[in-house]
Design a protein around this ligand. Structure first.
Ligand SMILES: *Cc1c(COP(=O)(O)O)cnc(C)c1O
Length: 235
């Protein structure tokens, strides 16, 4: 084992999932929301197929991966073994990888630039299919982070929906690590509301309860379910 390897052998995934679900129920209840409105996206990036099976065996069917290559090596077999899996891409998508995501990912949460929207529309025209799309909003306007700036969001969303006729279902954000996430969640909801977009993907292991209070329909939780990653791929 290298220095960067973390053993997850002792992680009780079923128990972790039970804790997370209890917290989802409580956070939703406290906000007067139905917990069934909140979909838990189990973020399985960096964890091998055997580890991920722990969540599948516990009945979970919605998963998130952030690298196309890694997901392509792991998920076709798992999808064949477990019916009803819905796989979300939560990391950046290169336009030359679009062909690889069709049929593998059911949802792309990271539509983050005009060039990608154009390429997805071309691919849809060619193949007649396109995964459901969420637009990633760079709510913190961080230079190094992917996503559409809040000031450009309205035009971009309109363009994707009305001109390109892409299946945009919602918005997604990753708040800056060192800021109060609630402000970012509230901003995402405000933009989504303006466009009648029902899906708001926001909240991770450290802040999913706040996200639920503020209206998250999808929370993306990795560490709290699967344990620590051997290397951190979160951006
Ligand atoms: C890794 C990742 C997550 C999960 O993060 P945890 O802190 O492990 O829950 C959520 N969203 C994105 C985009 C990620 O890359």
């Amino acid at each position: 084992m290298s220095d960067h390897t973390v053993s997850n052998a002792n992680v009780d995934i079923a128990a972790n999932l039970a804790i997370v679900q209890t917290r989802i129920d409580q956070a939703a209840g406290a906000a007067g929301r139905n917990p069934a409105e909140v979909t838990l996206v189990c973020v399985s990036k960096t964890h091998d197929a055997d580890h991920v099976r722990g969540a599948l065996d516990a009945g979970r069917r919605v998963f998130g991966e952030n690298r196309v290559q890694e997901a392509a090596g792991k998920w076709p077999k798992l999808k064949a073994a477990y019916a009803g899996v819905e796989l979300h891409l939560i990391g950046p998508l290169q336009t030359n990888k679009i062909k690889d995501v069709i049929g593998l990912f059911d949802v792309i949460e990271t539509l983050d630039r005009p060039k990608l929207a154009e390429a997805l529309a071309r691919q849809r025209d060619k193949m007649g299919i396109c995964p459901d799309l969420y637009i990633q909003i760079n709510t913190g306007e961080e230079q190094q982070k992917a996503g559409i700036a809040p000031t450009d969001a309205d035009d971009f969303i309109d363009d994707c929906i009305n001109r390109l006729k892409l299946p945009v279902r919602g918005l997604m954000c990753i708040p800056p690590v060192d800021e109060e996430p609630a402000l970012h969640f509230a901003l995402l909801v405000k933009i989504a509301d303006r466009h009648g977009l029902k899906i708001r993907s926001m909240g991770m292991s450290s802040d999913y309860e706040a996200a639920i209070r503020l209206g998250a329909t999808h929370i993306r939780v990795g560490t709290a379910i699967f344990g620590h990653r051997s290397y951190d791929l979160a951006q």
